[in-house]
Design a protein around this ligand. Structure first.
Ligand code: TYD
Length: 136
């Protein structure tokens, strides 16, 4: 369900030297054990990322530098989130089609994930995505 995806605030420790933002399992708003972290950087102009869904993977997506849009779709409803703040992230539940677009220059997309990489968890065909949701 698209409503299960939500913006979650990241706790920040601020002092005169700068900030530390902490993503850890004890943040009750991140409802999974963290098994993998990866990041997209050096994203070329005018390219999109994503174009897939995951069967079981849960993710937490943060714009730790710059900005980009996360366009999500649960087969019934679509929503766009603009991420541009390192103090918050978007929680993504399973079975959500996503397109990441509109990357600013030098943006960095940090993804915290509930599982290690598994290509079998990907759904890369939109019609198959709808079929698995029993929509068509
Ligand atoms: P993909 O997840 O499709 O990229 P994006 O959603 O950002 O557009 O991954 C691109 C390629 O990188 C694909 O061949 C799988 C590989 N990959 C890994 O090997 N390990 C990983 O942890 C990730 C995220 C991708």
């Amino acid at each position: 369900m698209i409503d299960d995806c939500k913006i979650v605030k990241i706790p920040v420790i601020e002092d005169v030297r700068g900030n530390i933002a902490v993503v850890e399992e004890s943040n009750d708003d991140i409802p999974f054990d963290i098994k993998r972290t990866y990041y997209l950087y050096n994203v070329k102009d005018n390219v999109n990322r994503g174009s897939h869904a995951h069967k079981a993977l849960r993710q937490f997506i943060i714009a730790i530098n710059g900005s980009f849009d996360v366009n999500i779709d649960d087969g019934y409803n679509k929503q766009k989130y603009k991420l541009d703040n390192p103090n918050e992230g978007l929680y993504m539940c399973p079975m959500i089609w996503r397109e990441l677009t509109n990357f600013s220059s030098n943006s960095i997309c940090l993804v915290v994930a509930s599982e290690v990489y598994d290509e079998d968890d990907y759904i890369r065909d939109y019609d198959l995505f709808l079929k698995l949701l029993e929509i068509n």
